[in-house]
Design a protein around this ligand. Sequence first.
Ligand code: ATP
Length: 451
Amino acid sequence: MNGFSILVVDDEKNITDLLKDILEDEGFYVETAQSVKEAKERLREKDFEIIFLDVWLPDGEGTDLIPYIKEVNPISKIVMISGHANIPIAVKALKEGAFDFLEKPISTDSILAVIEKAGKEIKKEVEYRFLKEKEFESFQIIGESEPIKKLKKQIEKVAKTNAWVMIFGENGTGKELVARSIHYLSERADKPFVDINCAAIPDDLLESELFGYEKGAFSGAVSRKLGKLEIADGGTLFLDEVADMSLSSQAKLLRVLEEQEFSRLGSNQKIKVDIRVISATNKNLDREIQEGRFRQDLAFRLSVVPLYVPPLRERGDDIILLAEYFLERSCRENKMEKPVLSDDVKEALLKYSWPGNVRELKNLMERLCIFASDGIVTVDDLPSYIVKNRPVRSRSEIGIKPLKQAREEAEKEVIKQALKQYGRNLKEIAKVLEVDLSSLYRKIKQYNLEE
Ligand SMILES: Nc1ncnc2c1ncn2[C@@H]1O[C@H](COP(=O)(O)OP(=O)(O)OP(=O)(O)O)[C@@H](O)[C@H]1O
């Protein structure tokens, strides 16, 4: 807690001086102000975590300052200082956003107790904000290339609506990230984002996964379980790999999505929900429909707005932008210095085809953050399949030989051994080596083993 900055606002100089002495002795940084005007000046210059605020000041009520303080530093905690007669005003201040109040005469113990309480609260809020920022960071779409700019515009537009969206794109291109962005930019942001990996749910579990069940609905249902539809109520349901669902599951899904009504297994009570559906697939849905693997009516229902996430290899310099972004993030998480990418590395990253798309790049950068040495990533740190244009070392340098040569050398060695064991009994040798006699003659000649 030490290290907090504290502002004491009171028109009585003996009070500000006393508090300043006590708090500085405890290791806090303290400034004082004797009026509303002076307090505003201090607040403009610096962020204070805790503000002790007198109820009455010569140029206004201390409570008038509360909205101002909340505006300049929403995390700060305001502690009203009040004489006995003004307690009702202090209580009113609590309703307006003050954190607590102290009654004069103030004791050191009461000051320290209120600071400790405020400190805990501030810590909680700072952590919460940090988590929120991380959450925000976790659905930020990095990229400045034309196709990504276009995609971001589409996301912004579609997020304002309730339209159901189908996201197409290869594996690892960021389809789930797009779905999350739409959700968090939409009015449903405060409600859940619930994802279902359709490829991973066996047919017979789909209903219990979606609808949930009552205790005793089937053997093994030892307690009530809420289904994903109920959890997603008011929010967004993300159907990942939707084209990998069986036809019978598709029929069940279509019915419930159209009705937005279902019952938990083992219950007759209808539950109505309000769900927005976003789906994703890496398949060509038209082909899946033509070949009878996907229901056309479900496809129509799910893809009111189709969005396409381009493969990484079509995003040009975004590859470098993303590489730097992931490298920075991984290094920060591992508390390491971010290394620099050498020009050769950048060139290799731009030339590579990225079959695993952004996920592959992200994984690579996580590894590089750990293994790069001397603050720079060189081509030697990259896997060889990425560095195609790298000069290949000669065969003899690496110590390998053509297969034909290797085979002949091995053959010669085996025949030499056999001759040593069996002498010139070539018939016997041919039998042991499982070749016919004529080819054994030929090989003995070829390898100069004729005595
Ligand atoms: N443009 C981007 N900016 C930042 N991070 C990204 C971007 N695209 C993808 N990612 C990150 O790459 C990883 C893979 O993305 P995601 O899981 O969204 O891909 P996907 O297309 O849904 O994959 P799959 O088809 O395998 O389910 C995630 O960690 C995601 O946050």
